[in-house]
Every structure is written in C-alpha cells, then in structure tokens.
Design a protein around this ligand. Structure first.
Ligand SMILES: [Zn+2]
Length: 841
C-alpha cells in the first residue's frame, strides 16, 4: 500500500512539476468538473500585491468548490525579491515569478492577471509606494481588470487600514481595489478603456481576514466572527482524490524561487472574509446572494442550460463522447447569444469540453524549439479522434501563410500524421515578455500596446488552427506550436516554440570595475539565430572612454552557434562611470539585445530579450591590506566584487577557521545573514574575535534580528533591530566626520552616497556597547534618525565592524561610493600596502 501511495505521489508530482508544457490529458472526472464549472456563471477576483500574497486555499475553494471563474490580480510580478533557486534577479526574477503564478493557477484552477506596477523593493508606507508607482496608471489597470474580467465578487488579501504596519505595496493593493470597485462602473473614469470593454459593477467587496491581522491565533480566537463569512477550505474532492487545502498547498509549492515548497495539509479548516462594500448579504453565507449564477443569467441562456444541466446530471463517466452531439447543440445556441462577455468565455470552455469528450488529440510540433523570421521549419501535425463520432478534419491554417485543405474523415483511433514545411513570416514578433520590451521606470513597466496590459504573458504568436466538422458543425481548435522531444534520462518533454532574432549579443560581465587607468580586455559573445550569419560588431561606450578595435567581423556558420570576440577598454584618467553595450550590424539591420534562457522544471522554458548593457566604472580608489577571507552566508556576490577592485579573496568554510588559516589574512568578511544560516559559526566566533585582537579586521554584514544562531555576534554587546532605511536616496549624516573610516585611504563625501540602489540598508543595530563608534546616521521620511548602519569598534590591535548597509546590492550595481567606503573599512588600522601574497588554494 505504502509503495502504491508513494508511486501515486511521484506521478502527481511528475505531472505537476516536471513537464509544465505537456498538454492536459483529462480524465472523465476532470471533464465532469469542467462541465460543472461551465454551468456556473459567476466570478471572483482576488486582489493583492505580489506573487505569494495570494491565499491559494481560498482561490482553490472558489474555483473548485463554488465553481466560480476565479482570478488572482497581483499588482506586481515580484521583481524585487530574492531568488532561492538560481541566479536570476530583478526583471528575470519577475519572469520566473510570473510563470510560478501561472503554474500555481494551473493547480488551483484560477486565472492570473497583473498591472504594470513594478515591485521596486520594500516600501514602508502606501504614500511612498504611490510616489514611486504611477497611481493613476496602476488604478487604471485595476479598473481595466475589473471591466474585463467582470467579477461579481472581489476579495482583498490586505487591510486598507493598516498603512505603515505592513509592506506599503500590500496596503496599496487594498486601497486601489476599493477605489476601483466604484470607478469600474463610472463612465468618466478611464473612458478610453470603454472603446474595447464595458462598464462593470461588482456586487460585493470583501477582505480576507486572518489571525495574522489580529496579531496571532490566540487573539483571533477571541474575535467576534458573527459578521464574518466562513468557508471550510478543507473540503474533500472525491473526483480529484484531494482535499481543497492539499490542492492549495500544491499550488503554493509552485513558488519555488521563494522557497515555498511545503507539506500539504488536509482536514477541516476555516477561512474568513469580512464584508467591506457593495450590497450587504441578507444573513446568508452565500457570497453570490442575489446573483443568478445559472444559465438564466444571460439572454438566450435558458435553452443552453437545459442541455448542459442534463449532461451534468447524467454524465457518462465511461464514455463521455456520447455527450458530444448535445454539447455541439449547446455550442450552436451559444453562438447566437448577444452577451459578448459570456459568449466568449463560455465558448472557450465549451470547445475545450467538446475536444476532451471526443478524445481529440491535436498537436503541431516543430522540430526545433526556436526559429527566426523568414526561416523555414518543418511542422509535424498529429490528428486523432478517439470516439465513434463522425469528425472531419476540413483544413489547417495559421494567421499568416499556412492554408491546407484536408477533408479527411477521422476514424475512431486511427492516427493521422502529416508534416508541412512552413516559413516564419518576416514580421513575426520575437517571443519575449511584453512588459520588458521597453525600458520602464523604477515603479512602472512601460507597455506601448494597450491590448497587452493585464495579460499574464505575451500571447503565443505562432499557432495552428485545426478546422473540424463535428456533427456537421464547424469548430476551430487553435493550438500553439510546441516542440515535443525525448531525452533518454528525462522522458518526453515539451517546450514552447519561440521566435528569436537572427542575432543577439552580450558582454560577459554585467559590471566592470577598473580600479586604475590600466586598459583591460572584455569579452563579447555573439549568438546566431540562423545559419550563415555575417556582419560586424561594435561596442558603444561613454565619450571619455575608448574601446578598441572600433569594429570586428562576425561570421557564424550554424544556427545556435556563438562567436567570442575580445575588445580592449581604455578608461579615462579620472573617476567615471557609464554603460557599454554591443551593437551587431547585419546588412542594414542593427541588433542591441541579448537573449536569456530561463530553464526550470516547474515552469515552461522562457526566452527573454533584454537590452544588452554592462555598467563600467573607473574607480578612484586606494586600499590597504590585500588578503580577504570570506565566510558565505545566504549568498551574495561580494567576494567577486572585492576581487574586481584588486583584493585576493578566498572563501572559507567554518571548518577552515583556525588560528593558522586566519593568520594568512588581513581581514575576514562575513556574508549576509551568515549568523542566521550557518550554525557552525557559533563554535568559531572566539577564534574570529582573537584574530581581531591580534590585528585583523572583521567585517560583518547584515543579519536578521530573529533566528540568530550564534551566542555572540560581536566581541562587545550589540542588539540587532528591524530598523531599515528603504529610501536609497535618504540623506546620510556623518556622525564622526573625522573618523579614519571616512578619511583614509579614501576621503568619503556625500558624492559617495549618490546612485545607491533599492535601499540604504536593513536590520541596523539599535543599541551597542560604548566600544562601538557609530559613523553614519540616516532615516526614511518621517522617521527618527537611525545611527546603527555602520559601527566600528577597536578590539585589541584590530577592528570589528558591523554594517547593515546594503553593500551586497550596491556592488553588483557598480556603485562607486560603496566600493570606496568598503575599501576604507577593510583598510582600518592597516599601514602600507603589503606586497600581494599568493594564497595556497
Ligand atoms: Zn507581498
């Protein structure tokens, strides 16, 4: 039994996680569930700010128990967070999180919507959030989502009254949802949207309250819940063999880049919603009270409902194809109703059900997963009718140049395979996330094509229409071209078919730091999207820099191959920074983008085109000391960054920390959150403090104030707090302007605090022993000064430095002031520069 269960479990995970592209092969139970949903005409929109904010328990319940069409509107795509599964950050992380949300919705049955708001990082207050987001645009997008999705019920994840007590994006999502609830039905609000959609008044707005809102389960247990609506989200679905909460946890476990893989829960459990706005409920627990959610809701729907309800009541689990003739009748009636919204939505659902009931298999598979404009590719088409129904494949076509008549009667379970050679049109747009096409601002994506606003991803451009006759009724099934292939060690795999540019290029280093005026080589990688590519490459650069040679030839014989070119960068004499980027000229066309592939098992393969640019910095920097030991914490690129400015850096593990090893180094730097993540450091702290007492420097970067795994972070008392300064432009005051760390070997000025990114720092200590000297003070708007961002203590012959400043963010962004200040920290108490000593690896 156990073995059997285990294999079932593995199967389920295999379906959910390892082949995100494989077309669904629905069972009778799933078809039956789709018919139940088809017969429910009502919808719910869940609103929050980020990927992972959504309560999958409630979304799964609305979609699977109530059968409502359910969507999650996430204002952002989560660019601002950290990635626990790979190197992608910022916009590429947003692409992964978008796909993780879509993967979660494939599990919990919801749909996914977005606005153009960009997750710019932590925000303390909605006022600040709305200064960085363009409030009018984000509100307009929420209104548009309501007008297009037409929800009867809206549920907010967050409380609009908790400004300042949670992430500003969270409170803002609730504030905007409440405003949009009225504006969606106001013809003076965003009237331009009414050219392509209609006014809409949702019936009710709720807030999805929780123990978290009341400060814990104990407090929440005491709250009067008589006015709340309760759902038992642990309900069991025999047709799935899963409980609602299990399904919700499987959905939530799709957020892998946030580390949300989790155990699933079963059994009765409650969720609560509080009424906020709209028509009050008359004492019932039915959030759709007063809304006819049957087919009678639409003009002409009654006859359709009669057919479809009969099918639902008498569903033939053994042979669903027996229902196809009646489904086709309902389909014909549906085409005659005048309500465009329901017609479009229900036609989509009904067509899918007809296809599933008939056991139709329609696939267009390309021999490669990418091609360029004008390229000729071979498509393999597979058509299979697995029913006794008389189905005729009339023709195949696509939007551009494919149009083939077939007129084949598809016999039961006889497979028809044919291949076609097709040319990708010369105007086919490259496949890339539409919201990254143009450079946006800190708070907003720029989307020129207004038809795309709100869509979760760029619609597939290369599709095949299969035109069939079922019971003499023409129905078109549109399938995106995919690539189906097998790997001996993985089995059958599916990938989306992508259109890519004929050439892309990148500079291998994203940030290039030169700490003197010596010239340096950089590497440009040119990748060809087609055979026989010929052109030339130049690297554009700021005026006071030179890059030689001016141009180089590129010749690539085969599609997919790369050519590596070396250019020499000559920096100016003085401190300077800017951007450089390759331009590839092919004939009269120029290409400036790089192609990035994102490949994880739990989401479909993604190709992303981004402007190819690297930051280049000529630093005016002096330093003392050379050999740095780095103790990794949660992971950061500080070691590579210190190497860029000429330090010898060796990464050491807790086991390497001995008196003898440490004696090789001038300083030890402790990576971000090391004391939260590396338990063994507790046994090594005294050795590190002794190293300081003997003349070494020890620099500790931020740790969170909770879950500290060492007894003593510093040789003197130090209390970590949650103090943070999120405004990266917050004014910095020098508390001790004459301190060595601000003067030697580099004179630190206000200029060094310009151009910082995302934040100043986080988890600053709020009290400390008098052995520490606070160096800087800063604060966010309206808050008290925070003097704990950089604390220096002399300990014996060396220095211990604790800093919550976000060096780990500033270094990869090439912020010169951060490098200069860090060089001073490492140089504290050091004399002349020692000769570099080659370390034993
Ligand atoms: Zn959030």
């Amino acid at each position: 039994m156990y073995k059997h269960l285990l294999s079932l479990f593995i199967c389920l995970f295999a379906v959910l996680f390892t082949n995100a592209q494989k077309p669904k092969a629905p069972s009778s139970s799933e078809i039956y569930e789709s018919i139940q949903k088809l017969n429910f005409l009502g919808s719910v929109l869940y609103v929050a700010a980020h990927p992972d904010d959504e309560n999958t328990r409630l979304i799964a319940y609305m979609s699977n128990q109530i059968k409502a069409r359910t969507a999650y509107l996430s204002l952002t795509r989560g660019d601002g967070g950290q990635n626990l599964i790979g190197p992608e950050i910022r916009e590429l992380l947003g692409v992964i999180r978008t796909q993780e949300l879509l993967a979660a919705r494939r599990v919990d049955g919801g749909e996914q919507l977005f606005t153009r708001a960009n997750d710019f990082g932590y925000s303390k207050h909605p006022d600040e959030t709305l200064q960085i987001w363009d409030k009018d645009q984000v509100l307009s997008d929420v209104v548009l989502a309501i007008r297009q999705f037409k929800p009867d019920i809206i549920i907010n994840r967050f409380d609009e009254k908790r400004a300042g007590k949670t992430h500003g994006h969270h409170t803002t999502s609730a504030i905007l949802s409440i405003e949009a609830f009225d504006l969606a039905n106001n013809e003076n609000a965003y009237p331009i949207q009414l050219n392509k959609t209609e006014l809409w008044q949702p019936k009710r707005l709720f807030y999805n309250t929780s123990s978290w809102r009341y400060g814990g389960q104990e407090a929440f247990d005491k709250v009067d819940k008589s006015n709340m609506i309760t759902f038992d989200i642990g309900t069991y679905y025999p047709t799935k063999g899963l409980s609602n909460n299990e399904l919700a946890d499987l959905a939530r476990s799709q957020h892998l880049c946030q580390g949300f893989g989790r155990l699933s829960q079963r059994g009765s459990d409650d969720e609560y919603i509080d009424f906020l706005k709209g028509e009050p409920l008359n004492g019932s627990n039915n959030i759709f009270e007063g809304i006819d959610t049957s087919w009678n809701r639409v003009n002409g729907g009654e006859a359709i409902g009669t057919i479809l309800n009969t099918i639902e009541d008498n569903f033939n689990f053994k042979n669903p194809s027996t229902h196809v003739p009646q489904l086709v009748e309902a389909y014909k009636l549906l085409q005659r109703i005048d309500n465009q919204h329901w017609k479009t939505q229900k036609t989509k659902e009904l067509k899918a059900i007809i296809e599933m009931c008939a056991g139709l298999y329609l696939e267009a598979s390309a021999e490669t997963n990418w091609a360029t404009q004008n390229e000729t590719i071979k498509l393999n088409l597979e058509v299979l009718n697995r029913s006794d129904l008389p189905i005729v494949l009339e023709s195949l076509n696509n939007a551009s140049n494919l149009n083939i008549s077939k007129g084949i009667t598809l016999k039961n379970n006889v497979k028809y395979n044919f291949s076609e050679v097709v040319k990708i049109p010369n105007n086919a747009e490259p496949s890339t996330p539409y919201w990254l096409n143009e450079k946006g601002s800190l708070g907003m994506y720029k989307v020129d094509d207004t038809n795309l606003i709100g869509k979760p991803e760029t619609p597939r451009v290369y599709n095949i229409d299969f035109n069939v006759l079922i019971n003499n009724t023409p129905i078109t099934f549109t399938k995106p071209v995919i690539q189906r292939f097998a790997k001996p060690d993985k089995g059958e795999l599916y990938r989306p078919f992508e259109i890519i540019p004929e050439v892309s290029a990148k500079i291998t280093e994203k940030v290039i730091i030169l700490n003197n005026d010596q010239q340096r080589d950089i590497t440009v990688v040119v990748k060809s999207g087609r055979d026989n590519l010929e052109g030339d490459v130049e690297v554009c650069h700021p005026n006071n820099w030179s890059i030689l040679p001016k141009k180089q030839k590129v010749t690539i014989a085969n599609k997919g191959e790369e050519q590596i070119l070396t250019f020499t960068v000559i920096p100016p004499k003085e401190q300077s920074e800017g951007f450089i980027g390759p331009i590839v000229h092919i004939g009269d066309k120029s290409y400036t983008k790089e192609l990035i592939a994102i490949d994880y098992d739990h989401i479909p393969f993604q190709t992303v085109l981004l402007p190819s640019e690297s930051k280049i910095v000529r630093l005016d920097i002096k330093k003392r000391g050379n050999n740095i030991a780095y103790i990794q914490g949660a992971g950061d690129v500080v070691p590579e960054s210190l190497e860029q400015i000429g330090y010898n850096v060796r990464i050491i593990s807790p086991d390497d920390i001995t008196e003898e090893t440490l004696s090789n180094f001038d300083a030890v730097v402790v990576g971000i959150r090391a004391y939260n993540t590396v338990e063994d450091l507790n046994f090594k702290q005294q050795l590190l403090f002794d190293f300081v007492a003997n003349g070494g420097n020890m620099v500790v970067q931020y740790n969170t104030s909770h879950r500290v795994k060492v007894d003593q972070i510093a040789p003197y008392s130090l209390n970590l707090s949650r103090d943070r300064v999120t405004d990266e432009q917050a004014k910095v005051n020098f508390l001790n302007p004459n301190h060595e760390v601000l003067n030697s070997p580099n004179k630190i000025t206000q200029n060094d605090f310009e151009g910082w990114t995302q934040e100043r720092g986080l988890y600053f200590p709020d009290s400390w022993d008098k052995a520490f000297t606070p160096i800087l003070s800063m604060s966010d708007k309206g808050e008290s000064a925070k003097p704990g961002s950089l604390l220096v203590a002399q300990h014996g012959k060396g220095y211990y430095i604790y800093t919550g400043l976000s060096f780990f963010r500033e270094f990869p962004a090439g912020v010169s002031g951060a490098y200069r200040l860090f060089a001073n920290i490492l140089s504290l108490g050091k004399e002349d520069i020692k000769q570099p000593v080659k370390l034993n690896d």
